[in-house]
Design a binder for this molecule. Structure first.
Ligand code: FAD
Length: 115
């Protein structure tokens, strides 16, 4: 329930979500901690609106610039997982594939032998 542009916070919904999460946490922790007392823990939702990227991100066709010999990867690359860890990982894989394709065939020395 993160803060989104143009969306007003709802204290009732936030409390309902806190209650639901607290209940789920208690159920998960039950084998180890019984009872799990959360009343005094002052539970609150973390609302990190700044973590939401604006715009549509850098087009994936632009992540490698062979002329400048520079490549980009990270959560700011558009595509699946944009703005998330998934997007950062996917863009890294995509950049690696584009780099390998741009480099052409490479010979990898066998283990233990000099290059
Ligand atoms: C509070 C918060 C909660 C989040 N929760 C989630 C979540 O639950 N799930 C999820 O999928 N994503 C979440 N995210 C988003 C996730 O953290 C990012 O999508 C992800 O970390 C992006 O990875 P990245 O490698 O692209 O960039 P980053 O992780 O930001 O890495 C960039 C690195 O570059 C370094 N750097 C920057 N400028 C320079 C410079 N000039 N020279 C040298 N180094 C530099 C920075 O110090 C940093 O270490 C959250 C983000 C925030 C802020």
């Amino acid at each position: 329930m993160a803060r989104l542009p143009g969306v007003s916070p709802s204290p009732e919904r936030e409390q309902a979500l806190i209650d639901t999460l607290a209940s789920a946490l208690s159920a998960v922790m039950e084998p180890w901690i019984t009872p799990l007392v959360l009343e005094d823990a002052d539970p609150q939702l973390m609302r990190w609106g700044a973590a939401f990227p604006e715009g549509s991100g850098l087009a994936s066709e632009l992540i490698l610039c062979p002329q400048s010999r520079i490549g980009f990867c990270g959560d700011f690359i558009s595509g699946p997982g944009f703005g998330l860890i998934e997007g950062a990982l996917r863009s890294g894989e995509e950049l690696a594939e584009q780099l390998l394709a741009a480099m052409g065939p490479v010979s990898v020395p066998a283990h233990g032998q000099p290059a």
